[in-house]
Design a binder for this molecule. Structure first.
Ligand SMILES: Nc1ncnc2c1ncn2[C@@H]1O[C@H](COP(=O)(O)OP(=O)(O)O)[C@@H](O)[C@H]1O
Ligand SMILES: Cc1ncc(C[n+]2csc(CCOP(=O)(O)OP(=O)(O)O)c2C)c(N)n1
Ligand SMILES: [Mg+2]
Length: 340
């Protein structure tokens, strides 16, 4: 029998392959595979369902990830996927795979973080599953949420001339991870060395304690603005913008000088000898919302301080970065890819 290596398809190629083998059989299934959450018709509203799994060694390293933060983050990334559909998360289930290295106190700490997130995002923990894991610690969360039917936002609704917006700075989480990895190596080489992280607090905070931007969903709703398309940035602006563009059949022009990058991110980029633009485009785990609005909504969104216009959508399907030096460069999905 033929054998195809996973890396020839990649994560998204594999998902497309799985998707192509299924057709939905229920009229209530409005949207299945292919967006930040599935959409189910439950009467007067749409119910949203999303799931994310976090693996030790792939998504987190227990030597520098407090379990309290891991619990909070596992909830936040799911709430973020519900927000990316313009919805509000209401319930979660939590599944854990435990290795024998994990103590009861450690699980308590994980659930303290989960509880803190439940309180801050106003969601209920309604169930889950518990198992042993042969390959390290695993936490997987499924979230449900709701949205008014006329307010649902997909990845595929962007139109030429729509304005492209992001809800906060990019690239910080990437350097937070680099800093933690560097300190880990320093510690391994000399365990008496204590990590020096005070200057990098902002960056480390972004990787360990990301927030879902539910605040923006509420603000847009109050302003009566429904984005034409939306996604949350987990894999990096480039990769996630390309999802909007391919699904919407449009291109985009992003301005390099509009990319929101904090000073500390710039400084740390120099330290690590990595281009801050590359980190902003491909670093991933920013968990900001990336969305498009009609030009007629521009005045309204300018009132929201955290909504930053970074470009516009184009009829031509090229996805480009307008460079400060003049000219343009193609934006490619070089972001985080597990199966590369
Ligand atoms: N193994 C799988 N089987 C079926 N659907 C999947 C699988 N993995 C991912 N998906 C679906 O593919 C889409 C994209 O997934 P993903 O890139 O993980 O989204 P996100 O980055 O928003 O978490 C989603 O609709 C998700 O539910
Ligand atoms: C130990 C460790 N290695 C690598 C990373 C970086 N990293 C892990 S997941 C991820 C991106 C998003 O992951 P994915 O599972 O694709 O999330 P999804 O798109 O499904 O929401 C990144 C940049 C990390 N946070 N920790
Ligand atoms: Mg998403």
């Amino acid at each position: 029998m033929e054998r195809t290596e996973l890396n020839t398809l990649g994560e998204f190629g594999l998902i497309d392959r799985i998707k192509s083998k299924f057709t939905n059989q229920n009229a209530e299934t409005i949207k299945g595979i292919g967006d930040d959450a599935a959409v189910i018709d439950v009467g007067d509203k749409y119910m949203l369902v999303t799931t994310d799994i976090l693996f030790e060694g792939i998504h987190f390293d227990l030597s520098y990830t407090p379990l309290r933060h891991l619990g909070y983050k596992a909830v936040a990334v799911n709430v973020s996927d519900i927000a990316a559909m313009n919805g509000i998360a209401k319930q979660i289930t939590v599944t854990i795979g435990l290795s024998n290295r994990i103590s009861v106190e450690a699980i308590d700490e994980l659930y303290e973080g989960i509880k803190f997130a439940c309180e801050s995002y106003n969601v209920d923990l309604i169930g889950g599953d518990t198992s042993a894991s042969a390959s390290g610690f695993v936490v997987s969360i499924t979230a449900t949420g709701f949205v008014d039917k006329d307010k649902i936002v997909y990845r595929n609704g962007a139109k030429p001339n729509d304005i492209l917006c992001v809800t906060g700075d990019l690239g910080a989480a990437y350097f937070g991870l680099q800093v933690l990895e560097r300190e880990k190596q320093v510690y391994l080489a000399n365990p008496s060395m204590q990590p020096e992280l005070t200057e990098k607090e902002y960056l480390v905070g972004k990787i360990l304690k990301p927030e879902a931007r539910t605040d923006i969903i509420h603000e847009l709703n109050e302003l009566g603005v429904v984005p034409s398309s939306m996604i949350d940035i987990s894999d990096g602006l480039a990769s996630d913008l390309l999802h909007i563009c391919t699904q919407s059949g449009v291109g985009a022009m992003v301005f390099e000088d509009k990319l929101p990058i904090e000073d500390i991110t710039m400084l740390t980029a120099t330290e690590f000898n990595v281009s801050p633009i590359t980190a902003a485009l491909n670093g991933g785990e920013d968990y900001q919302l990336l969305f498009t609005v009609k030009q007629s909504d521009f005045d309204k969104i300018q009132k929201v301080s955290d909504v930053l216009p970074i470009g516009y959508m184009t009829q031509d399907t090229a996805v480009q970065l307008a460079l400060n030096s003049g000219g343009t460069a193609a934006i490619k999905a070089q972001g985080w890819n597990h199966l590369r």
